[in-house]
Design a protein around this ligand. Structure first.
Ligand code: ZN
Length: 221
């Protein structure tokens, strides 16, 4: 899953104590950041198989460190503890809990769309409901989730000025455009796992920066 993960980040912005939106955007993709780095290092494995699933050419056959349920829990606890310990003021552990839950949400969102490639610990059994087998239904689910999250964000924040009325919609349009491009453009014939991982990292960073800019134009209600 790609932009659907950000539904959780948008939604979690409503919780108190507030966690910055950009940080929630990093949190919900944290295990994919780690996945891209581990793919580049050759630790986790992926093959690009055109037509593997209608909505994804990725055969994700080995990723126990980032996409097992146990691995996800460890990433979530570590991120939550680190953030809770670094943050100052009242409710810092509650903020850490929110961040950790955002990290863990990634596995469950991936579960909807992935082929059965998500292990509990490592190896079999692996899980995935395989919505990526249908381009149409996977996109309906993913964009639908994103819109629900976006609606929650808009409901729970208000614009600081005129820009704050428009900026979230511009950002939403950007997210949907990136999603459409990633699914509708055919991967280059010579696409490698490494180039895919680098592209993913760049996209995740740009999107988190977009969340940072957008959230500067809004304030909690
Ligand atoms: Zn993932």
């Amino acid at each position: 899953m790609f932009v659907g993960h950000y539904a959780t980040a948008f939604g979690a912005r409503a919780f108190k104590p507030a966690v910055p939106l950009w940080l929630l955007f990093v949190a919900v993709q944290l295990v994919d950041f780690a996945w891209a780095v581990l793919v580049l290092l050759g630790v986790e494995k992926v093959r690009i198989v055109p037509g593997f699933l209608e909505a994804s050419p990725l055969d994700l056959y080995y990723m126990p460190f980032t996409h097992s349920l146990l691995g996800s829990v460890i990433w979530a606890v570590a991120a939550g503890l680190l953030y809770g310990a670094m943050r100052k003021g009242a409710g810092h552990w509650a903020a850490g809990l929110i961040l950790g839950a955002a990290v863990l949400s990634h596995w469950f969102a991936d579960l909807l769309v992935h082929a059965p490639d998500l292990p509990l610990i490592a190896g079999d059994p692996k899980f995935g409901f395989g919505l990526w087998r249908s381009l149409l239904w996977s996109q309906v689910a993913e964009i639908g989730l994103l819109l629900v999250g976006f609606w929650l964000y808009m409901r729970n924040t208000r614009a600081k000025g005129f820009v704050g009325k428009l900026a979230p919609f511009a950002f939403l349009f950007f997210l949907i455009a990136v999603q459409a491009y990633s699914h509708l453009s055919a991967p280059p014939a010579d696409a490698s796992a490494a180039s895919f991982a680098i592209t993913a990292l760049i996209a995740y960073v740009l999107i988190a920066f977009g969340a940072f800019l957008t959230d500067r134009t809004r304030q909690p209600k």
